[in-house]
Structures are given as C-alpha cells and as structure tokens.
Design a protein around this ligand. Structure first.
Ligand code: ADE
Length: 238
C-alpha cells in the first residue's frame, strides 16, 4: 500500500478533498493510506508551543526545531522521502510525481508561520518542494496537491482516464481542446474535423492544437519540446 504521512498543526484539514471522488474511493479501498499527525502533540510545555520568535528579530514566528524533530522521529522511521512543502523548494514536476507514485509513499511536513528552524531541515533530511511561485498560508494545501497528483497515478485509481492527460504532459505539451454535445453551443460549433470520423485527421488536429497552445502559453515547455524534437522554430510573423 502507498502510504502518505502528513505532519501538520492542522490535521483536521486532511483528508479534506482527498476523501472524495477517485482518491477517496481508493483510500477506502485500501489502495493508499493517509495519516495526518499533529505536530503539536510533540510540544512539551503546558501551552503546547510549536513556534517562537525568529532569532535576529523580524515579524512572524518560526516553527521550533526540537518539536518538529520529535514529530518526525515518531512518525517516519522508514525510507520514504521526507518532503517539506515550501515556496522556496524545488518546483514539483509531473516527472517527480510519477517517481514518488512508484515508491512506497511520502512523509510530508507542512510548514506554517514564517518558516521552520533551518537546522531541522538538514538534521532530518527534509527535501523542500514548491508547488508554484506564489505563497500559500501554509504547506497543507500544497501537501494535498502533491498527494492528489501521486494518488491518481497509483494502479487502479484512474483507469483509462489518466492515460490521455498523462501522455500529453509526458510529451511536454499542454492538452488539446476537448468538446462534447451539443453540436452548437451559443452559436459556436464543434470543430468540423472532430465530427468527420477521419481518425488520422483528428490526431493531426489535436497534435497541432497542443503545439499551438504550448507555444502560446508556455514558452519554457515549448523550447524544451523543440530542443527534444529538433523542430525548426516557426519563423516570426512579418
Ligand atoms: N507553502 C507556502 N507556499 C507554498 C508553495 N508555493 N509551495 C509549497 N509549499 C508552500
């Protein structure tokens, strides 16, 4: 079973959305497991303090190294990767998600406040992971996103639905546009090629659209795609 262990000061945020839909069904079916553990249970003072003022001064509070280290030691004695959700981490990619989904699971530490004491990161070999260049109030929503991305790849969770989106992204391209009935929506018809029944033409149209969207929206992905496929860049419009 693929195991997710989450360390947080808000365990009630879990499973949250992961308890619904396909991830929720797979959780009930025992395809994966989730333990959301309260860091605060490892505080030792009467007030259950998990944070303190930053050394050197400044605003906000810092999560204490000793409390977090005890929480990690109590939760994670196995060889699963230990991730710390943080906007300063390595950006999460589909390739990393796929690698995590192939393993035994993850231990995810959710930061809060201004951050966590730097010393516990090295002492407990935490790998900092970001889900994007924006700042959330804490790592919990980032942890939910990471676990969701992994769980949908576990065998039997998505069935055939996963494959389309996966192939497209693995290819390094964004997904082509999709349509379904009605044939005309507010005056807009479905592109004719998609109802032509010509499968080769449909494939070519989808490939061209995926390339167009990637070129327009994600110059970074497009450059990498071109480098891989050795496609000559399109000449700029006059
Ligand atoms: N915690 C706060 N912001 C985050 C982000 N962008 N990614 C991961 N963890 C976070």
């Amino acid at each position: 079973m693929w195991r997710a262990t989450v360390l947080t000061i808000f365990p009630e945020m879990f499973p949250g959305p992961l308890g619904l839909s396909l991830a929720g069904k797979a959780l009930v079916a025992g395809v994966w497991s989730l333990d959301a553990l309260d860091i605060r249970a490892h505080a030792t003072d009467r007030r259950n303090t998990v944070d303190d003022t930053p050394a050197g001064g400044g605003p906000g509070l810092v999560m204490k190294a000793d409390v977090l280290a005890r929480a990690i030691d109590a939760a994670a004695s196995d060889s699963r990767p230990r991730l710390l959700m943080s906007p300063r981490g390595t950006p999460l990619t589909q390739a990393r998600v796929a690698a995590l989904a192939k393993g035994d699971g993850v231990v995810v530490v959710c930061g809060r406040y201004e951050g966590i004491d730097e010393r516990v990161i090295a002492a407990r070999q935490l790998e900092e992971v970001s889900i994007g260049d924006y700042v959330l109030s804490g790592g919990e929503i980032a942890a939910l996103a990471l676990i969701d991305a992994c769980v949908r790849l576990l065998p039997g969770v998505m069935g055939k639905q996963a494959s389309g989106a996966e192939e497209s992204f693995a290819d390094g391209l964004l997904e082509y546009p999709q349509y379904t009935r009605p044939a005309v929506f507010e005056g807009q018809p479905i592109p004719e090629v998609l109802t032509s029944g010509d499968h080769a033409k449909v494939r070519a149209w989808r490939q061209a659209e995926a390339e167009r969207l990637t070129r327009e929206r994600r110059p970074d992905l497009w450059a990498a795609y071109e480098a891989r496929r050795k496609i000559a860049p399109k000449p700029p419009k006059p």
